[in-house]
Design a protein around this ligand. Structure first.
Ligand code: ASP
Length: 338
C-alpha cells in the first residue's frame, strides 16, 4: 500500500530547504534524475484542499513515473522529457495542450521548446493552434529543420508536413473548466499550469522541455518565455537543464534559463544558490512572479519559486541500490512518496 508522510515532520531547517526545492548529492549517487513542474503562481490554499491537492499530486506522480519508465526501459533523457510533457499536454489540469489558457482573441495559441545539453540543439514553436502535442512540434523543429523556432501558421504547417497529429478545430484544446474559468476570471487573473520537465540521464546528458498556453488574455501574437531558448528553457551538459514558469515577460528580460546556466558554469555557483538568487533577487513576486526547476550534471536539483505555490516534483534513482526517491509538492511542503 502506498504510504505518504509529510516532510513537515523534519526539522524546520530541512523543511525550508525542501520548500526552496533543493536537494544536493554527489554525482556518483544518482543514476538519473527527473524534475517536473506544472506551473507556478498565486494558488491560495490549494495545497490544503485534499481534493485539489490530491489530483495534482496524482498527476505529478504519474508524470514522474512516465519519465522513469522511459529511462528504465533504455530511453534517453530527451525521450523521457517528451513523454512527460506529452502526458501533461493531455491532462486538462494544466495550462498546456488540452486545458491551455486562451488568448484575447479567444484562440488557444500554444508555445513549447525542447533543448539537449549534449550539443545545444534546440527546437521551439510559438503560437501554434493546431498541433495536438506542441512538444513534438518543437522536437521536429529541432531535428527536421535548419531553424530553432517557428511560429504561428508556419509552425502549424511545418508540423503537418512532418506528419504530426493536428487538430482542425482550435477549440479541441478547450475544456468546460477552461471556459468557466475564462468567464469567472476575465482579465483579472492568470491560470497557472505551464508544464516543464528536466532530466539528467544515465549517460550524463541534460535535457529541458517546456510547454504552455501562455498568459491568459495574451494579445497580438504574444510569445512568452517558454519557447525562447535561454529565457524559459535551456540545457547545457556543462551547466544545467532548466525549465521556467511564471510571468514570461520578466523571464525573457532576465534571460533566466541561460542566466542560471551561466552562473553555474562560469561563476561556479551551486545550482541552489544561483537559482535562488535569480528567482528572489533578480526577479520577485511583483516583477517576475514564478519559479523554475533545474538539474545539473551532478544530479543536484533546484526548484525555487517566489509566489505562493508551484506544482513540482522530482524522482531519482540511486546508483547501486537502485532505490527510487520521489517527492512532490504545491506549497513549501514537499511530500515524499514511500
Ligand atoms: N511563462 C508562461 C508565459 O509567460 C506562463 C506561465 O508559466 O504561467 O507564457
Amino acid at each position: 500500500m502506498k504510504k505518504f508522510f509529510l516532510l513537515m515532520l523534519l526539522p524546520a531547517a530541512a523543511l525550508l530547504a525542501a520548500g526552496c526545492g533543493s536537494t544536493a548529492a554527489p554525482e556518483s549517487e544518482r543514476e538519473y534524475v527527473i524534475v517536473v513542474h506544472g506551473g507556478a503562481g498565486e494558488m491560495g490554499d490549494q495545497a490544503d484542499d485534499p481534493d485539489i491537492a490530491g489530483r495534482y499530486y496524482a498527476a505529478l506522480d504519474t508524470a514522474l513515473n512516465i519519465g522513469r519508465e522511459v529511462l528504465d526501459g533504455g530511453g534517453d533523457g530527451t525521450e523521457a522529457v517528451r513523454a512527460v510533457i506529452r502526458y501533461f499536454e493531455s491532462n486538462p489540469l494544466f495550462n498546456a495542450g488540452v486545458g491551455a489558457t486562451i488568448s484575447a482573441e479567444g484562440y488557444f495559441e500554444l508555445d513549447a521548446a525542447i533543448m539537449e545539453g549534449r550539443d545545444l540543439s534546440a527546437g521551439a514553436v510559438a503560437g501554434v493552434r493546431h498541433v495536438k502535442h506542441p512538444i513534438d512540434a518543437a522536437y521536429a523543429v529541432k531535428t527536421a529543420s535548419p531553424h530553432v523556432m517557428l511560429s504561428g501558421t508556419g509552425a502549424d504547417r511545418f508540423a503537418q508536413e512532418q506528419g504530426l497529429e493536428t487538430v482542425e478545430d482550435n477549440s479541441y484544446f478547450a475544456t468546460p473548466k477552461t471556459m468557466k474559468w475564462v468567464k469567472e476570471f476575465q482579465a483579472k487573473s492568470k491560470k497557472n499550469g505551464t508544464v516543464g520537465c528536466v532530466v539528467l540521464d544515465s549517460e550524463g546528458n541534460l535535457t529541458a522541455g517546456t510547454s504552455t498556453g501562455g498568459m491568459f488574455g495574451k494579445k497580438w501574437g504574444r510569445i512568452g518565455d517558454a519557447p525562447v531558448i535561454g529565457a524559459g528553457t535551456y540545457a547545457d551538459n556543462e551547466g544545467v537543464a532548466v525549465s521556467c514558469t511564471g510571468h514570461g515577460e520578466y523571464f525573457i528580460r532576465h534571460s533566466v534559463a541561460f542566466n542560471l546556466n551561466a552562473r553555474c558554469k562560469f561563476l561556479g555557483e551551486s545550482i541552489e544558490d544561483a537559482a535562488h538568487h535569480i528567482i528572489f533577487n533578480e526577479l520577485n513576486r511583483e516583477e517576475g512572479n514564478g519559479g523554475l526547476i533545474a538539474v545539473d550534471r551532478h544530479g543536484n536539483i533546484a526548484m525555487p519559486f517566489n509566489c505562493s505555490g508551484m506544482y513540482r516534483g522530482y524522482l531519482y534513482k540511486e546508483k547501486g541500490s537502485g532505490r527510487i526517491v520521489e517527492a512532490y509538492g504545491i506549497s513549501d511542503r514537499m511530500i515524499e512518496k514511500q
